[in-house]
Write a protein that binds this ligand. Structure first.
Ligand SMILES: C[S@@+](CC[C@H](N)C(=O)[O-])C[C@H]1O[C@@H](n2cnc3c(N)ncnc32)[C@H](O)[C@@H]1O
Length: 232
């Protein structure tokens, strides 16, 4: 009897260990351990930030704006922006222009970027340090109002980094993405600074996107957790 019950316990444990989510987690932990052992290979050492970033970061700190994108997010956005020569790119939530600077740095000379924010003080930093770039249009407007005014399938790349386009007006935002275009969100890994209610909203949003057959999903354990959805 003893042997049989041990066998039952063991097979349950084996079943739990076979769950894809747990296997994924174990692989991630193992990989993290391995990465730290590879001497001299630090991804951030390989990432050259855009020149405009230093003054924008200084202004961001002076404004005590703590929602700016981090360098790994910026590097990913820059690489994805580079894949859209001549493309129409959109950022929902300019903030002070941190991600804006990274995205512009990846774009070619024919591509254009529109960045929308409702806060004039934050967006002024982007005006001051990036305003001379003729590829950039800064729009001071409520994000939902802006999205409602945009034609369907009109952008090749959307970085949805404001409440509108992410937790509100999701459908309006997904609608403006062209086939082959990207819809990108970050901050999907839980963080101590998340406001109340955010921990419930994020998985709901991720699940909704995962179930949307119009998009192919790439969830990345990178920076604050990034989700790239590519429109079919
Ligand atoms: C996470 S921050 C953007 C950070 C920026 N994208 C970056 O990478 O540094 C979110 C921004 O959304 C803006 N925002 C909040 N509500 C908005 C609304 N209704 N319409 C447009 N922007 C809004 C905030 O003012 C804030 O600057």
């Amino acid at each position: 009897m003893q042997g049989i019950s041990e066998g039952v316990v063991e097979s349950r444990a084996v079943r739990v260990l076979r769950r894809p989510a747990l296997q994924f987690f174990i692989r991630m932990v193992t990989m993290c351990g391995m990465t730290s052992e590879i001497k001299g290979l630090n991804d951030l050492d390989l990432i050259q930030p855009p020149a405009a970033l230093a003054p924008i970061t200084a202004r961001t700190e002076a404004l005590r704006f703590d929602m700016a994108s981090e360098p790994r997010t910026g590097a990913l956005l820059r690489a994805l922006a580079a894949s859209k020569p001549g493309g129409r790119l959109l950022e929902m939530g300019t903030g002070t222009g941190v991600a804006t600077a990274w995205i512009l740095d990846g774009m070619d000379a024919r591509a254009t970027l529109t960045s929308v924010d409702v806060n004039p003080e934050h967006q002024q930093a982007a005006h001051d340090f990036l305003g001379n770039d003729s590829r950039l249009t800064l729009v001071l407007e409520d994000g939902i109002e802006f999205l409602l005014s945009q034609p369907a399938a009109s952008y090749d790349f959307v970085f949805a980094d404001a409440l509108p386009g992410k937790f509100e007006g999701l459908e309006e935002c997904l609608k403006v993405v062209r086939p082959g275009g990207f819809y990108i969100i970050d901050d999907i890994i839980p963080q101590a600074k998340w406001p109340a209610g955010h921990a419930e909203k994020v998985p709901r949003l991720v699940n909704q996107l995962a179930g949307d057959e119009r998009f192919v999903l790439l969830p990345l354990n990178w920076a604050t957790g990034i989700l790239v959805a590519v429109k079919r």
